[in-house]
Design a protein around this ligand. Sequence first.
Ligand code: PLP
Length: 428
Amino acid sequence: MSNWEHNDELIWHPYSSLMPVFPNLPVAGAKGAYIHLTDGRTILDGVSSWWVNLHGHGHPVLAEAIYQQALQLEHVIFAGFTHQPATDLAAQLIDYTACSFTKIFYSDNGSTAIEVALKMALQYWVNTGQSRHKIIALEGAFHGDTFGAMSVSSRSVFNKTFDSLMWEVDFIPFPFTEEEENCLKRFKELLAQRPAALIVEPLLQGTAGMRVYSPEFLDRLFAMAKQAGVICIADEVLTGFGRTGKPFASHYLKEKPDLMCLSKGLTGGTMPFGVTLANQKIVKAFDDPDPDKILYHGHSYTANPLACAVALASLKLLKDLSCTTAISAISDAQGEFAQRLKERFALKRVDHMGTIVSLELPIDPGYLSGIRNELYAFFLDHGVLLRPLGNVVYILPPYCIEMKDLVRIHKLIIELLETKGFPLKPIA
Ligand SMILES: Cc1ncc(COP(=O)(O)O)c(C=O)c1O
């Protein structure tokens, strides 16, 4: 027996039952937008391998960056030492995010980037001698799986087991267009309790179903927060690096966040990595010789040079005209597809922002929707990886996807809607 066959005995997979409904598919390799299985099948990666991959699998420039860096310096303790990939990346990210950040803190993934931001925000108030502890988040939020990140995420199937152990967080309603005024009213009420921070997935909530809300609303929310001294945290773990059509969702805003968390696309989908960027307001509160004012946080692999080097290489690819052109072309095609869906099918919701499109089927809502497995199997049977969020189907492709392949996914979704017999809208 090969070790492949021992997979389910040996390995506990993420978000997976130990009695899996579907077999874990053995992957031999991946190139561009394709994942190659050991049985010879090829799967088109329509979700960028959990929203991380930007330029395609097996990219030679990224592979070379990791290789060259490994020959030079694979890792070194980051307390008391530093290295050029870390300083170059810090300078470039501060410049590229264009939100007046002055310092960057390195960690390992999206959840740790959030933990760091939360600790910075909470300790800001301790260091400045004020008593503020409460965090405000949006209903439907997902910020990760560590305890702080879980606490500021909406209570759901992902975290309800640990409910009694989480901090108390106030959630304001998700700002559907008709709910915006209500959300702002609720936020205003909560401001009276002098909260410490507000955390949002700016403009697009991912795990809640790739649902979109307006930049005008978020500008108003941030403006109110800032007026009341509340620290604004933008979780751009998913929305960063071009997904929303601009480099960052925050670039649609006039009001800039005080802290920003990045991960996923940071290394182009090659290595685990996270960063938290802070502006001068935050930094000033820690700029003090008092040991009690230090941020006591770090990870063994903080600022891993391989991750820094590949992040620099990915950033260079991202800024190249061929990539920005691809992002625009994908965004246009996704926008047209969303429009077609809206005109033709009576769906519960269709959302589009930049390279991402999502559609909510008008049946069996929620992450544990009975239809989810059926949808997943349908797409896989047709050689496409889409991982529906319950009854929500979405496409979040790598930027290297060829237009014919994106159109193939669009046609497949239309075929699915037609075979499932969702009520077609009468043609005007
Ligand atoms: C918006 C957002 N924040 C944070 C996270 C957590 O990132 P990670 O899975 O790298 O811990 C995720 C993961 O999906 C996310 O979508």
